[in-house]
Design a protein around this ligand. Structure first.
Ligand code: HEC
Length: 150
């Protein structure tokens, strides 16, 4: 479950429950959830709640990635230009079903943005696909350097 550096620990308990239930009810394709999908299939509601409590109580893994300040400046510029915070809110704090990205792991952010762009990840109602289409590889890296330090 931590294979892709998932950062579930700091997400709200409700958000974890929702995701687990979406996978369990096949609203979110199991293939997209990777290892998590396989684990979640066949869980009872109580087991899902226990799982959510477990993750909600975790502390985020320490980050040893050092962001490049020059790239972070470019990333902030791109984020402002692309209106990322219109959905993710200021400081990428997240709201409702729009995830918090602040302080997320560098590799995870880069991977998600590339996957949205390549349409390998599609559980965003198209929002991130259209956003990520406007981003170059360098933009994606710069954005990740910026967001990691939030
Ligand atoms: C129009 C609204 C919208 C805009 C603008 C937007 N996002 Fe998103 N973003 C979303 C939604 C919706 C999701 C996925 C929700 C889900 O998975 O259920 C998402 C997911 C993400 C994720 C994956 C988070 C995770 O936990 O897996 C990253 C990273 C991300 N956005 C970064 C950005 C960046 C960087 C920008 C600006 C370049 C941006 N977003 C602009 C709506 C938006």
């Amino acid at each position: 479950m931590t294979k892709h550096g998932l950062f579930v620990a700091v997400e709200s308990r409700c958000e974890v429950v929702v995701f687990v239930m979406m996978v369990a009810s096949e609203c979110a394709p199991v293939a997209q959830a990777g290892g998590l999908g396989e684990v979640v299939q066949g869980l009872s509601r109580d087991e899902m709640r226990e799982l959510a409590d477990h993750f909600a109580a975790q502390k985020p893994a320490p980050q040893n990635f050092k962001a490049d300040p020059a790239k972070a400046v470019l990333g902030k510029k791109k984020a402002d230009e692309t209106l990322c915070t219109m959905c993710h809110l200021g400081g990428f704090a997240g709201q409702n079903e729009i995830p918090r990205v602040a302080g997320q792991h560098y590799d995870y952010i880069v991977r998600q943005l590339r996957d949205f762009k390549a349409r390998k990840r599609t559980n965003d109602a198209g929002n991130m696909t259209s956003v990520s289409n406007t981003l170059s590889d360098a933009d994606i890296e710069n954005l990740a350097h910026y967001i990691v330090g939030l």
